[in-house]
Design a protein around this ligand. Sequence first.
Ligand code: FUL
Length: 449
Amino acid sequence: MYRYLLLPAICLLFSACTTPPPPPPPPYGALPTPQQVEWHDMKYYAFVHFNMNTFTDKEWGEGQESPNTFAPTQLDCEQWARICKAAGMKGIILTAKHHDGFCLWPSKYSTHTVAQSAWKEGKGDVLRDLSAACKKYGLKMGIYISPWDRNHPAYGTPEYNEVFKNTLREVLTQYGEIFEVWFDGANGEGPNGKKQVYDFPGFIQVVRETQPKAVIFSDAGPDIRWVGNEQGIAGKTNWATLNRDDYFPGTPRYKELTEGNRNGTHWLPAEVDVSIRPGWYYHSAQDTAVKSLKHLWNIWHASIGRGANLLLNIPVDRRGLIHPADSTRMMELKALVDSTYTQDYCSTQPPQPSLESDLGKATPINRVEVREELSLGQRVDSFAVDVMTEGKWTEVASGTTIGAGRILSFPTVSATRIRLRILSTMAPPVIRQLSAYRAPQGWELPEDM
Ligand code: FUL
């Protein structure tokens, strides 16, 4: 693995050079904030949809459900955290309040919460339990909180914006550090038949005040953007930048969110949210419909393999536990990813100031991973990868954007050297990593992903 390669000056940053390393090039274009850089490093974490719908077998509740319907029998957030940690995930984002309005914590600003339920005699608090479990297992915690609320009587009036800001403040000040706040773009009618005009600038201000280190997700950021589909697919071209002011939560411009905007005004990278099952919530009828290992592996490559983060949803069941059908698949994916991406065949040689890597001996490989140094901006427009077999170079893969990390697959070839060619850029490229791996045969991404 070669790190910190600057082209075309062909100089290696931060390595054991005999002469002092040259200063890094000036940054180019929109740049990530330190919070966004940290977020990129998380790569893979869990979405947990668990709330009233778990108990009504629905995806969207009406808001009129009795609080007593929420009745987990063995709720154990430590089980979630233990499994997510073992699966290689870095955090958990929980649906604290979905469109039906039910709050998983005893909110002062609603009468439709765990405090009104018989669960733990109204003394339960799922956010408190999750916060403790995440701390214990070294995971970060995030909050999904739906602005759309089908229960709250004030929904559809200016007063609701104040209610929502108070609710947000409550959630963000009681449960320790929150790494991401997830605003859903869905915006339907409330019980009074009215549609809300949201005070998003006000919501954002509350998050900034209470959790300055958190990133904020919505269709249009301001920090993290939706990827434009729920199939688990980032664009083959995936810019981490977007002309942010052209978009808003609920924007219909999905395709642009999938690819980002080249040279966009703001750093606004894509997060891929997708469920391990057909639904976001648990439905026992879907116990046999958990996505196959191959499907999840493909999603992993169509998201993380294209520089996006993967937010994989695990629908916690009515007991309040992750179902074994899901945890089994999560572990299978972890095992396959680890067995493929641990042995980097490029790391067997000491770094050299070159875009070529010597594999030492003829080595069967079929995956290459390239990363840019994001703190200086995203620069590469297109690139190609060659391998040397029997003394001859052959191109085996090519792509457009690189960004946080790009994984390309090619038929297994026994190579002695590997070479990255940058074909076009917006500014001199700064390559952070070039790695080569071997995945099991026959696990390439299908054309339509
Ligand atoms: C959507 C919601 O309407 C779904 O129920 C789910 O929460 C998904 C992640 O976001 O907008």
